[in-house]
Each structure stands twice: as C-alpha cells, then as structure tokens.
Design a protein around this ligand. Structure first.
Ligand code: LMR
Length: 167
C-alpha cells in the first residue's frame, strides 16, 4: 500500500460543480466545457471548469487541500474565449506575474488568479503531474488515463494539506 494523508476536515474545501469520489484517489479531472464527469469513475474529484480565473482558483484550492491528488487530467472541450485548459497549463508551467497575478502565457480573456497566494501556486506546480487531454471528450480515453494514473500512484505528496480562503 502506498501512503495516504488526511485531507482537510471538510473536503473539497470550495463548493462547485463537481462530483466527489474517493478522497484517497490520486486523480482529479477537469472536464473544461464538457459535462461528462458522471460518466467517469475512479477520480477523487471531477467536474467542468469554465473560467480561467475563479474556476482555476477553485480547482487549485481543492487540489492543494488534498495531498493524495498527484495527477490533474485536463479533458473535454476547451472553453471558447476563456481558453481555460491552456490557462491551467500556463499556470502549471510558468506561474503568475508578481503584481496582478496574471497567469504568465495564458491566452484566455481574463486569466488573473488573485485569490491564489504564491505558495498555493507553487504547491500546485509541485504536487502533481498535469495530463493534457484538452479537446478530448472520448470517455474511454479519459477513463483509461484515470486508470493509468491510479496504477502509477506513488502515494501522497510530502507536503501537508494547504488550505486557502478566498477574499
Ligand atoms: C467555473 O469556472 O466553472 C467556475 O467559475 C464556476 C464556479 O463554481 O463558480
């Protein structure tokens, strides 16, 4: 058995449009503009994420408050205008600018993550592996990736649960 950690007492910490599975699963799935989450199984949390600001902030908050999550699968149709999937990748790869927390390299309309402290962004970058299935709505492909991640699970990250609150 790989080692698991306690999540925050109430997890997920931020409400939203998602379904919750086993909090010890190593996988989170963002289905972007697609509502396909109920057709998937095995993830700790799965649901759409429409916006490149509040939506991303909520996903990051729910991930870093659960150290068992080691993979984030980006799947489903890219969100027109917001380009949320690409913004997730940009945040993961580049972080955010010092002054206004603009996601560096994000091409969406308003990619500002003002509610995320820099330590939360760093934790997001360190805690997990990002898997790019953006624009893929094929349930069997996404499910196979979830299964692969569960098989590769090497346990909770070393850092403890990080809880952030939104202003
Ligand atoms: C989203 O991007 O999907 C969120 O902004 C929706 C929400 O939960 O506020």
């Amino acid at each position: 058995m790989v080692s698991k950690k306690k999540t925050s007492e109430i997890w997920p910490v931020i409400t939203g449009d998602y379904i919750v599975g086993d909090p010890e699963s190593p996988v989170a799935v963002a289905t972007l503009a697609s509502h396909i989450e109920s057709e998937l199984s095995g993830a700790a949390i799965a649901g759409p994420c429409k916006t490149e600001n509040l939506g991303i902030e909520k996903v990051v908050a729910n991930i870093i408050s659960n150290p068992n999550i080691r993979f984030l699968i980006l799947s489903g149709s890219e969100v027109q205008g917001h380009i949320t999937g690409q913004s997730f990748k940009a945040l993961f790869e580049n972080g955010a600018e010092e002054n206004k927390k603009k996601i560096i390299g994000a091409t969406g309309a308003i990619p500002f993550v003002e509610n995320l402290p820099f330590d939360a962004i760093e934790r997001f970058q360190q805690q997990l592996e990002l898997i790019d299935l953006i624009d893929d709505e094929e349930i069997s492909t996404i499910q196979q990736k979830i299964n692969d991640c569960i098989e590769q699970d090497c346990g909770a990250c070393e850092e403890e649960t990080l809880i952030i609150s939104f202003s």
